[in-house]
Design a protein around this ligand. Structure first.
Ligand code: PLP
Length: 241
């Protein structure tokens, strides 16, 4: 935040600040209230990509902005994807009419890309209805997340400070992350290894991603596989290769 404050203070003209709501690799949540206050003080436009917050956080799954009590005055532009919690595909930008008109006229990817098929739009509407009314799915998801955090930490895995469904297991070494991912795959679990340049050097990890469709049995399978594979992380990387 202080680096951003310095940059905003040192920049003239139009200023645009773009952030994720929930960061896709660490699962942590942006300090949107502070960002909104800073942007207001420096007359910068704040854009939030809430790909991983929509459907999951806030009342009725309305996302990071609603969870942090922010309105469209605080965050004028919201980007959301439909391929995560919504379970379809595509994305949207919500914002002031002037900007929407501008994007419709000028956004090349919008103008020259095949339009969303009506069937996807309809499926998206059905998903939004479910997201809006099924708090039970969100509480089930939270139960999976908190049980996972408790049990995986007890097994000696290093987790990151995330309360969202993105739960990275920090490994560090690239090969060890791959070996762990492969060992889990052999046990029927798909947990991808994320390596540089997607994350900084030395911060390779497994990205566990929970969904409301996972059952308690699925979680138990994951935890027992993690218990079996824990020793993989103790080996020197040459041996893992
Ligand atoms: C923050 C964020 N925004 C946008 C996207 C892109 O989503 P899509 O592949 O549905 O276009 C991703 C993908 O993971 C993401 O993490």
């Amino acid at each position: 935040m202080s680096a951003l404050a310095d940059m905003l203070a040192a920049t003239g003209g139009h200023k645009l600040v773009v952030t994720d709501g929930v960061f896709s690799m660490d699962g942590d949540i942006a300090p949107l209230r502070e960002l909104a206050a800073l942007c207001r003080a420096h007359e910068a436009l704040l854009v939030v990509d809430d790909a991983h917050g929509l459907g999951v956080l806030g009342p009725q799954g309305r996302g990071s902005l609603m969870e942090q009590g922010l309105s469209e005055e605080d965050v004028p532009i919201l980007i959301g994807t439909l391929g995560k919690a919504v379970g379809t595909s595509g994305a949207f930008v919500a914002g002031p009419q002037l900007l929407m008109d501008y994007l419709v006229q000028k956004a090349r990817t919008y103008i020259y890309t095949t339009a969303m098929p009506p069937v996807i739009a309809l499926a998206t509407c059905a998903s939004l209805d479910l997201i809006e009314r099924e708090d039970g799915r969100r509480s089930h998801l939270q139960m999976l997340i908190s049980e996972f955090r408790q049990e995986a930490s007890a097994l000696g895995y290093e987790l990151m400070p995330s309360r969202t469904p993105i739960q990275p297991i920090m490994v560090g070494d690239n090969w060890a992350a791959l070996a762990l991912s492969q060992a889990l795959e052999e046990r029927g679990l798909m947990v991808t290894a994320i390596r540089p340049p997607t994350v900084p050097e030395g911060q390779a990890r497994l990205r566990v991603t929970f969904s409301a469709a996972h059952s308690s049995e699925d979680l138990a399978t994951l935890l027992s596989a993690l218990a079996d594979c824990r020793s993989l992380l103790n080996r020197p990387s040459a041996e893992v290769v």
